[in-house]
Design a protein. Sequence first.
Length: 145
Amino acid sequence: MPKVTASRVIKAPVSKVWGAIRDFESHSRWIEHHPEITVTGGTGLTIGTQRRVTYGDGSFFDEILTTQDDRGFFQEYDVIGELPLPVYNVRGAMKLHPVTADDTTLVVRTLTYDTPLEPAEAKDFEKTRYHLLATSLDLLADLFE
């Protein structure tokens, strides 16, 4: 099961960055390509919230919020149903760490999944997932700079 991790220090206190992340419905502001997000269950703030993420080309996937920890600044979700990608058992997570020296925030975003791809193809695919995570963190940082 590959695990892809990207991280970034954001020039804002952890409470402000968490405010932009914790609402599962509002992620389109900082997800790459700014997809449309439609909540199909829950409120965006509660475990069990389901959302459909739809991109401009019509491709979409569904996710469910499985963990929301306001004290530990941690959020986790699973992709449910079919994906337009060669992966399954997909789980995403974000963990925020306060950097007390300068009141910034270290954001760590991870993605784990299974894939039927051959090793060389799987490695190339993993690079695309890293770029996706890193780009989303850049967009998140732009909200505060």
